[in-house]
Write a protein of this length. Sequence first.
Length: 314
Amino acid sequence: MTDAHGITTIDTGHGDRPRFCAAYLVVGDGRAAFIDCGSNASVPRLLAALQAQGLSREAVDWVVLTHVHLDHAGGAGALMRELPNARLVVHPRGAPHMIDPARLAAGAAAVYGEEAFAREYGTLLPVPQARVVAAPDGHVVELAGRPLLCADTPGHARHHLAVWDAANRSWFSGDIFGLSYREFDTARGAFAVPTTSPVQFDPDEMRASVRRLMAGDPAAVYLTHYGRVDEVRRLGNDLLGQVDAMVALARGLDADPARHARLVEALASLYVERAVRHGVADAPARVRELLALDIELNAQGLEVWLDRAKPRAP
């Protein structure tokens, strides 16, 4: 699907679930950039989207990663091999992991398990260092006269950036503006949930980053999970309130011997309650089905944050 601003939303097919994970193709004056790329298995879909726009692989100048979690960046090395003129833009903290992805692969395997990691992501290919651009806050990617501003937006991950497209007055948010699956849309609009997945969640940083994206009254936000959302101020305020609620739940359960299981259930109940208020049909069943993985990862991320804040034993 391509909108009036030359932005194509590409379903990467990640997780074998439609409209779960997106990458974006941005076109300006015959030149192109991909924002996020999915996994190795997503690469044919990205190349097909490029061809559908009548563009050659040589027309791609940039691949911009919002962060290096593998549902966003796992296919970067494989994609770059197909794009002879492209350079990879990534947060400075993420750049070393694109050049040598061994530690990234090991960390992801620890989170997902070796078998699931191999099934979902395969072998991560490195990107030559000469083709990697480390983008600090304020770095501008020039796409044929269409500047794309990179903003340091921690909270979900310390290696996270969001991309401001001035031509469209919109953000490409990666995971910092939460996730919003289209199955939860109602007459009230989109329904969004923060993503605190391990291992670098920080609530203060997340709140600050969400507020940064809300500032200036943007027209829209393009989420990796999933697609364009409008009503940015309403959704942003919703996310801020949920971060507060999730942190309170985690702190309240910190000393519970069954902390993880209780936190998973508490988060599910929180999202069900909010989905019911939003008018989502059959909210208890649909939230627990469609958000099952996100709830599990959010619980893990909150627990890592709790444990990180505790004083170390002497």
